[in-house]
Design a protein around this ligand. Structure first.
Ligand SMILES: Cc1ncc(C[n+]2csc(CCOP(=O)(O)OP(=O)(O)O)c2C)c(N)n1
Ligand SMILES: [Mg+2]
Length: 360
């Protein structure tokens, strides 16, 4: 007998839950200007998320998927990417999108049920939100294949949830990326739950990162509530991919502090004790603690930031309320470059229906 393959999965954390820095830490840990930029966006994400839940509760938007607790992962990944890269999100990752230039109003328009919310003014080449879980990993692998064929120094980043890693599409995307050495990074957001299915029932694997090994690509795990670690590890993976070193999988360990969506009641399947334990690890307190201890942040700045975020959010909500409704054509026109005959027939039926009902 001989051993023909062995592997190990590394776990990275620099900021512990108390906001203490573990050494050796990357240079980013001393760059307060950049850390503050990330902290500001994480705070905006947290506050906008709460507003979006309230807008759903008052009937102003449709079902909404909160990202409460995921802020460090989402902002860390956004900050690691370059503008020319391409993001293939699922449905929670607007923190990454905001870093890349998507507008708060566009996010509200999308969750208000309007396709135009996916037509981001910036970044034009990012993929829209994806509700079918894991399908976006294939889109990202396809985009990465195009970059490689064209000789462009760009990368694709695909998000996938812990639940999404059980889908065939995820394995197919990793396999293609590995076989062709594509410049794509798959970020698995392991928030421990796939609606009501806990990670323990989802898979028997010890880590989700090790799923990469079967595709011949490196997998690494990171504390997803530590924005320094997320950004550092994803930057490394992207740099390698950009230099022709091939794909990577990064598993970020975090927790979904909210319900799955506004249509869910998580208290029916998980304990209050588990959730309150998870709050002790959440990402904002941790980064704020570190910034405060290093003298880069204080209570007055915190208060001003919250006021500024409130102003920004209110302006975005006003703009959303002031956006004219789409015509019924919009949902058909954004589907295919060359609509099929049956799609055109459906568009006509919708037009007649809208005319009869005064555009409602
Ligand atoms: C292909 C597909 N199957 C089933 C669903 C229904 N569904 C919506 S969310 C979800 C769970 C996803 O969990 P996870 O991948 O962990 O992502 P999270 O919601 O935790 O971010 C499922 C099964 C879906 N959207 N798409
Ligand atoms: Mg999940």
């Amino acid at each position: 007998m001989s051993v023909v393959a062995q592997f190990e999965i590394q776990h990275h954390q620099f900021l512990d839950p108390q906001g203490q820095l573990r050494e050796p830490a990357p240079a980013l840990a001393r760059d307060s200007a950049e850390l503050l930029r990330m902290y500001r966006l994480m705070t905006l994400v947290r506050m906008f998320d709460a507003k979006a839940v309230n807008l759903q509760r008052t009937g102003k938007i449709g079902t909404y998927a909160s990202c409460l607790g995921h802020e460090a992962t989402h902002v860390g990944v956004g900050a690691a990417m370059r503008p020319e890269d391409v993001l293939a999100p699922v449905y929670r990752e607007f923190g990454t999108q905001l870093w890349r230039g998507v507008k708060l109003t566009e996010i509200l328009i999308y969750w208000g049920g309007d396709e135009r919310g996916c037509d981001f003014s910036i970044p034009r080449q990012d993929f829209p939100w994806s509700i079918p879980i894991a399908s976006q990993t294939l889109h990202a692998a396809g985009a990465a294949m195009a970059f490689k064929i064209r000789g462009e120094a760009r990368c694709a980043v695909a998000y996938v949830g812990d639940g999404g890693t059980s889908e065939g599409a995820f394995y197919e995307a990793m396999n293609l990326a590995g076989a062709r050495g594509l410049p794509v990074v798959f970020v698995i957001v392991n928030n421990r739950w796939a609606i009501s299915v806990p990670i323990e029932s989802q898979t028997a694997t010890r880590t989700l990162a090790q799923k990469a090994i079967a595709a011949g690509i490196p997998g690494v795990q990171v504390d997803g509530n530590d924005v320094i670690a997320v950004r550092h590890v994803v930057s490394d993976a992207l740099d390698r991919a950009r230099r022709g070193g091939g794909p990577a999988v990064v598993e970020t360990l975090t927790y979904r502090l909210s319900d799955h969506t506004t249509a869910d009641d998580a208290s029916r399947y998980r304990s209050a004790a588990e959730v309150s334990d998870a709050w002790k690890l959440e990402p904002l307190i941790r980064l704020r603690g570190y910034l405060t201890q290093s003298g880069a942040w204080d209570a007055r700045q915190e208060q001003e930031l919250k006021l500024e975020c409130t102003r920004q959010i209110e302006a975005a909500v006003d703009q959303y309320f002031g956006t004219a409704k789409p015509s019924t054509d919009a949902m058909f026109d954004s589907l295919l470059a060359k609509p099929t005959r049956s799609l055109l027939q459906q568009r006509d039926i919708a037009r007649r229906y809208a005319n009869r009902h005064g555009g409602e």
